[in-house]
Write a protein that binds this ligand. Sequence first.
Ligand SMILES: Nc1ncnc2c1ncn2[C@@H]1O[C@H](COP(=O)(O)OP(=O)(O)OP(=O)(O)O)[C@@H](O)[C@H]1O
Length: 249
Amino acid sequence: MIKLRDVSKRFGDFEAIKSVSITVGQGEIYGIIGASGAGKSTLLRLMNVLETPDSGEVTVNAQALTNLSGKKLRDARKSIGMIFQHFNLVANKSVYDNIAVSLQLAGYPRKERRRRVLECLQFVGLEGFMHKYPAQLSGGQKQRVAIARALATNPQVLLCDEPTSSLDPNTTAEVLGVLEDVNKRLGVTIVIVSHEMGVIKSLCSKVTVMAKGEVYETLSMKPEGVPDIDNNPKYFVDQLQKDGSRDDT
Ligand SMILES: Nc1ncnc2c1ncn2[C@@H]1O[C@H](COP(=O)(O)OP(=O)(O)OP(=O)(O)O)[C@@H](O)[C@H]1O
């Protein structure tokens, strides 16, 4: 589904990505992990050519994005959704409008837009939230709106840049559950960049470890599954005590 062949990217004198080749299979959840500065986000942004490679080829869904420009590139990008660590919602637009705008840009007629926004909000479990504004939402809810927005144009690929790094463990599990659904129920191929080992291990069947702009190793894995969510305060107390705290009350 996604093929990077000998892709390199420099920022000035700095070689951020050095001749990287990777293949993401259709329907896979593919992880990219590594130390800060290893080149994970740059590699992800090369997959939808948000960063243009200096050399090498990027192919998504059998289309060489590196050979496209203008309208052809914009059309090809419609099959690739993206979500970010800080959600990137538009603060002065409602949840409904945040999602509808991406449909408008993609040329969906107004009537069709409404049906699709509601469908996507339902998918992420936020059907009652369309009139709210981003500031009225929790971090997990914001990320679910961002996922709904990314799904609105029916992409075949979802690129996730540190999707849970601003979230607490339970909210992380909630968002990972939505991503698992996106993959299993909609068949969307997912690439996740994360520095959180637990996130990568829970969902990914293939993982590339990046180091200094190069592929250090690529491993096949059995995903461990999304951990159960427990918002009971006793869970927090139990976890604290398990880690050796004293009860001083
Ligand atoms: N637009 C840019 N201009 C200059 N240097 C950049 C740019 N984008 C990234 N870099 C540099 O390229 C290297 C790789 O950055 P990248 O963000 O891909 O790393 P990362 O592995 O995702 O790190 P982190 O986990 O800290 O986000 C870093 O040294 C970074 O400073």
